[in-house]
Write a protein that binds this ligand. Structure first.
Ligand SMILES: [Zn+2]
Length: 282
């Protein structure tokens, strides 16, 4: 059972084996804010148990960093344990979760994954407090900022900044224990620019908590930004030279393995503006 580790004054992170995903607690005069809720109602209930063992207070709000089920499917457990507390997310994340949750369940229905029954038994609870660009939560003795830096890992990622202790929770815009996750809902051409916004929120001493893995620093985020930047520019170069999408992965060197970049290349090709046919000169 993971314990919540205090990474800064009243900011605790627990790292769960299933998906190696992080759940963060932010303490305040107005109770605890939990950031991400793990991947099923049962997994969320285990997080609730860990929160209670920590003994730092009651959860009064939830934040989902993006729609993916390993960050949102535990929402029901927190509503069951703590009542009708607000659940915050970016507006696109709510739409994506509403649209994508059944597909995720379907994939588990067709699998023999040990978490299959837990995922299928989960009632998806959508965030009910949304924003477009930024929102500040006033927790009494501290402020917490939610910032949508632009599209990247999904179209609705947010980062959480706790300015009084110089902590940034980056969601899956930053990953430490694996390569960044490029799925068929990612925006690889936008991702480096969104990370530039995140880097603008980060100082040399900021503790950056990724969606998966151990806390990192600004250098790590800059390195990951540069790798994703190389990925995006390589996609642009291949598309500009007319390399067909189905040959693109094999046609270049990549900062990550071919299996990791495959969906990114597909998405990048879809998102690049179509080249205009040149009109004949008269
Ligand atoms: Zn994700």
């Amino acid at each position: 059972m993971p314990d919540f580790q205090e990474v800064a004054d009243r900011v605790w992170v627990a790292r769960y084996d299933w998906f190696d995903v992080n759940v963060t607690l932010i303490g305040s005069d107005k109770g605890l804010v939990v950031v991400d809720t793990h991947g099923s109602t049962r997994a969320g209930s285990e997080v609730v148990g860990d929160v209670r063992r920590l003994g730092a207070g009651e959860v009064t709000a939830v934040i989902n960093t993006h729609w993916h089920f390993d960050h949102t499917f535990g929402n029901e457990a927190f509503r069951t344990a703590y009542g009708e507390i607000p659940i915050h997310a970016h507006e696109n994340a709510v739409a994506e979760l509403a649209e994508g949750a059944d597909d995720r369940k379907q994939r588990y229905r067709d699998s023999d994954d040990p978490h299959r029954d837990d995922v299928l038994a989960t009632t998806v609870v959508l965030p009910d407090h949304t924003f477009s660009s930024a929102r500040v939560l006033d927790l009494g003795d501290r402020l917490v900022e939610l910032v949508h830096p632009g599209r990247g890992h999904t179209s609705g990622d947010l980062v959480v900044r706790v300015p009084d202790v110089d902590v940034v929770l980056a969601g899956d815009l930053v990953e430490e224990s694996a390569a960044p996750a490029f799925g068929l809902d990612c925006w690889p051409m936008d991702w480096p620019l969104s990370l530039d916004i995140v880097i603008g929120l980060v100082t040399p001493s900021t503790v950056v908590v990724p969606g998966h893995g151990a806390p990192v620093d600004r250098d790590f985020v800059e390195t990951q930004r540069n790798e994703i930047g190389v990925l995006a520019e390589t996609i642009r170069d291949l598309a500009t030279r007319g390399v067909p999408a189905d040959q693109a992965v094999a046609a270049a060197q990549w900062p990550y393995s071919p299996a990791v970049v495959e969906a990114a290349v597909q998405r990048g090709y879809e998102q690049l503006p179509r080249s205009q046919k040149r009109l004949p000169l008269i």
